[in-house]
Write a protein that binds this ligand. Sequence first.
Ligand code: ACO
Length: 376
Amino acid sequence: MSNDLHLGLEGIAVAETRLSHIDGETGTLLIGGYPVEELANEATYEESVYLLLHGHAPTASELEDFRETLATHRELTDEVHALLRAAAAADLPAMDALRMGVAAANLGVDLDGPHAEACRVIACFPTIVAAYWRYRQGEDPVAPRGDLRHAANYLYMLTGEKPTDAAVRGLETYLNTVVDHGLNASTFSARVVVSTESDLVSAATAAVGTLKGPLHGGAPGPVLEMLREVHASGDPEQYVREALDAGERLMGFGHRVYRVRDPRAAVLETAAERFFEAGGDAAFFETARRFEDVATELLAEDKPDRRLETNVEFYTAMLLDGVGVPKELFTVTFAVSRVGGWLAHALEQRADNRLIRPISRYVGDERRLWPPLDER
Ligand code: ACO
């Protein structure tokens, strides 16, 4: 057995997958074999998730059945509502509330087999987030509507108003863009859980906990704050120079895998442009674009050996803000999408399982004698 150390498992393949493929050198992302650019703009979220769970784009009748199944699993039990009320009253962040709600997703619900379990978990994510948010605002939750699509129903439950088509399309493009992305940390968590022959609710709960960390899902909130500050000052160059002189990292730039611009940034930039041209704050969007140009140029001067371009989080901030998702809910909205990828990976792991059990290299003391209590 090799004793080589692979901190962070960087560059180590530990699973085979048909779900998504990333080429960091060319900036290519395939989801279920389709370029992200196509899936993001053409599919509904339900179609993307069906593709991941079943390996093919659904026929009209398969899609109809899948939509209906998801719609029937949206409601939360009273016990979960009580948890979310408590989370909101205690000022817990949205990711904590989501983790608590997901952990109880199978409470009081009859689930027949893994497909029903996956549908239940995916369907209840938006309801958990929206109910928590309404409690947080001192308002009653809005019951889900079975006649609305996944994305539309999410926005509807947040505000109580039927969203515009432009907002739904914007959110749906976002959800499709981030639904799966190789073996990222939260997806790996989900696969580890299932590799012990544990269940999907446990896998999703672990994945939410993993996504919560700022190194994984937490960048778009700070990106929005940064862009608002730059929009107010009107001077992106000064902002970037000061940040780089202070040794800070620019949020929304750089990526562990991509050595070119993250292809998801381009998809979301186009989606945001479409959305803002149709009636949003176009001047704010222009600030984001100008900031990207200035920052990319100054980062290239500052780090000539490392290409640092926008990652997925940069235009995520613009798009989610535009369609009306509050900044506090950016990371949970990422989870609302990514849960589709998590569970598809979990089922893929289950279909051809080997317990994931790496080793550690011991660097502790050789051998010690256990000291009696009064000698310590
Ligand atoms: N701004 C300024 N400099 C940067 C940035 C940045 N955003 N990103 C990397 N660098 C610099 C580093 O300081 C380092 O410079 P040095 O060699 O002089 O010390 C060099 O580029 C290489 O950095 P690494 O830490 O090796 O890059 P890594 O691949 O580990 O980091 C990461 C990737 C974490 C995304 C990083 O680029 C970063 O912190 N970006 C800002 C936060 C962000 O946008 N996160 C969201 C990522 S997208 C996602 O995960 C869904």
